[in-house]
Design a binder for this molecule. Sequence first.
Ligand code: HEM
Length: 416
Amino acid sequence: MNPVPAPLTLADPQVFQCPYPLYERLRAEAPVYLDPVIGLYLVTGAAEMKEVLHNHVDYSSVPDTRIMAFYSNAPEILELYEKHGGWAPMSTLVTSDPPEHRRYRALVEKAVGASNVRQLRESVTKIINELIDDFIDEPKVDLQKMVSLRLPVFVIGDMLGMPRELKDTLQAMPEATTQLADASLLSPQQIVEGHLTLIRGQKVFHEYIERYRAAPENNLLSNLVHARLDTGEFLSEREIHSVIQALLVGGNDTTPGAIGNSMVILARDAALQQKLRANPSLIANFAEESMRLESPVQGLFRRTTRQMVLGGVTIPEGATLAMRYAAANRDEKVFEHPTELDLERKGIRNHFAFGGGIHYCVGNILARMELTVAVEELLRRMDNIVMDPPDFNVTYLPKIVVRNPESIPVTFTKRV
Ligand code: HEM
């Protein structure tokens, strides 16, 4: 008797390590596919992706709280926030629809917009160089631990006006949030622990909210405390915590993947390192291709507000779609030779790594700058970056939303 074939599912340990064969098969056979294990519709084709992202009326961003548990309104979770003095999650940015969405987005758009980001470039360059100073005289380093995980935390922390000593809190909160976004993989106890981490973080932020309320400063948190919505009202503290959470996730559990995935590509390709060192103006294009090929946010969710037909598949009202940006980014119908890194690709920024439509990553200018500056400085100060050992098998954290290498051990020589 033939063995029953294993179902195609995202929740397969092998898929976390390398999702691309699954994506390729689904794009070819079923670009909209009901995952029988996690019960979500996986969207992998670029055309279907666009259709969903540009229709926020039929495909809502307000999630099913059983799936994105960080936004849970289950009575036991609300009680937990009440009991421990936290601020229960609510929908502001990534988990909201218009008109609320527009209101909150307008508040952060300016802070992470082009002109502010231009001014931040110098301080990001300084931070990355301080991080490099910490290991440059050693013969080897774990780049994920020493660079990728640290740079974005310091950048967003500085922007928010939070001291560097709080980096563990700034890191723990977004990690817990993206973990809670994979609720189909978690036990009830893990869900409670995730929320307790968020509550602990909120209490740390509460102190700073109070401080900036009393004495405003020129930073993002202080600006949020004193900002008025288009209704003329100040944000409630609950709203402020929700916006902070969106910014922390945006900044801290995504950019590490972008830097880490880029470093993995470079550590395996000496010729590419040389090419970029010789011509640093190509690094911005490298950053785009790296995010297309190894998308740090593999996917996010949408929920149908009525029965829809997508890619020929009938999807009932209230169903959750797992939008696999990383899969659409390799769709051969849109990208020529999609698995190759092509620094001269036409329309090189037109990928799905930052999503699309009204929720297109509000931090994309900042993220692009951080990644470009990180690669520029690492290549400027380090030669011959090679995996240690050379055949080191990079493993990835088992998360549905983000793709982050667990570690990137490399050897290198110091450039003088
Ligand atoms: C390489 C790094 C980054 C990647 C790959 C990334 C990716 C994304 C993606 C795919 C979305 C769309 C969400 C959706 O479809 O529902 C998004 C939204 C968002 N991102 Fe980023 N992001 C990055 C960096 C950042 C940074 C640095 C910030 C913070 C300053 C940030 C803040 C946000 C926020 C607040 C949203 C929600 C926007 C909205 O709903 O209108 N992101 N990001």
